[in-house]
Structures are given as C-alpha cells and as structure tokens.
Ligand binder design. Structure first.
Ligand code: HEM
Length: 141
C-alpha cells in the first residue's frame, strides 16, 4: 500500500517538518481544537505530556513504515486504548487531515501533491489499523 518512494518521501518530509518547526505537535493540537472544538474536552487541560507522546509515536511510525507488519500490534493496542478516550471513526479523519495540513505548513514550498498522497496513504493505514484494534476491544454494534 505504500511504495518505497512514498516511504522515503514521508521519512524525508517528516525530518524536514520537525527541523523547521520543533513545535509541530503543538501546532497540530491548536489547529485540531480550532477545526473540531468538540474534541478539546477529551484531552487534559495541559497537553504538553500528550504532545510528547504523539511526537514519539509519530517518530516510531515514520521509522517503521517500510515494515508495516511491525506496526500492526502496537497500533491495535493504541486503537483499543482510544476506545476509552471516546475516539470515534470520524475523529480519525479530522486528526489525519489536521496532521497533513500541519506537515504541509511546516515543510513549506517544497511540499508537493506526492507528499500529500503518501501521507494520506500512511494515515489511512494507521487509522484503519487503530480502528481494527478498537473493534477487537469493543466491537461496534
Ligand atoms: C493518527 C491517529 C492517532 C495517533 C497516532 C494517536 C496517538 C496517541 C498517543 C500516543 C496517545 C498517548 C497514549 C498514552 O497515554 O500512552 C494518545 C492519547 C489520546 N488520544 Fe490519540 N492518537 C490518534 C488519534 C486520536 C483520535 C482520532 C482522537 C479523538 C479525538 C484521539 C484522542 C486522544 C485522547 C483523548 C488521548 C488521551 C489524552 C489525555 O490523556 O489527556 N487520538 N493518542
């Protein structure tokens, strides 16, 4: 589902994005809460710990994209945990769109449609795998 050139585009653009903006995840949460204010209450008031955890999991996912099988177990567990947080399928779309928007903003003029397509593929896989894990933990009716 992800070609080798797409994995490289993702890895290189992630490095470029975090180099350009060390506050990438802060920008992500600010943008998400503007776009989808209803999710603000799901998070703690102080999201600095949360920001570090998101940055760490993104870093791990980006490193392992060449070996998607290795990500399935951890993403199932993360998706199951998200049932308890109240995350619903529609929220994943908002999260993925916001992450792509913030990455594009951080990368700047070097961002292309190929970057968008590669990242969208990656987030489709991540969200679908997390939702599969959520279904295994608490099957939807
Ligand atoms: C790309 C998909 C996502 C990834 C990679 C991700 C990643 C994470 C990680 C790593 C944590 C910390 C878990 C821990 O404490 O060990 C977390 C917590 C959380 N996530 Fe997500 N998440 C994603 C999607 C979502 C969605 C769609 C929602 C729904 C709005 C959401 C809401 C939350 C909440 C409410 C917490 C707990 C925050 C707190 O304790 O204050 N996440 N997420």
């Amino acid at each position: 589902m992800l070609t080798t050139p797409q994995v490289e585009l993702i890895q290189n653009s992630f490095t470029a994005a975090v180099t350009a903006r060390d506050d990438l995840v802060t920008d992500f949460y600010q943008t998400l809460f503007l776009k989808a204010p209803s999710v603000r209450g799901m998070f703690k008031e102080d999201i600095s710990d949360q920001s570090e955890k998101l940055a760490a999991i993104l870093q791990l996912a980006v490193q392992k994209l060449g070996d998607l099988e290795a990500l399935v177990g951890p993403l199932h567990a993360l998706g199951a945990q998200h049932v308890e947080y109240g995350a619903e399928p529609g929220h994943y779309t908002a999260v993925a769109e916001t992450l792509v928007e913030c990455l594009a903003r951080a990368v700047g003029p070097d961002w292309t449609e190929d970057h968008a397509a590669a990242w969208n593929n990656a987030f489709t896989f991540i969200a679908q795998t997390m939702l599969d894990g959520a279904d295994m933990a608490a099957p939807r009716q």
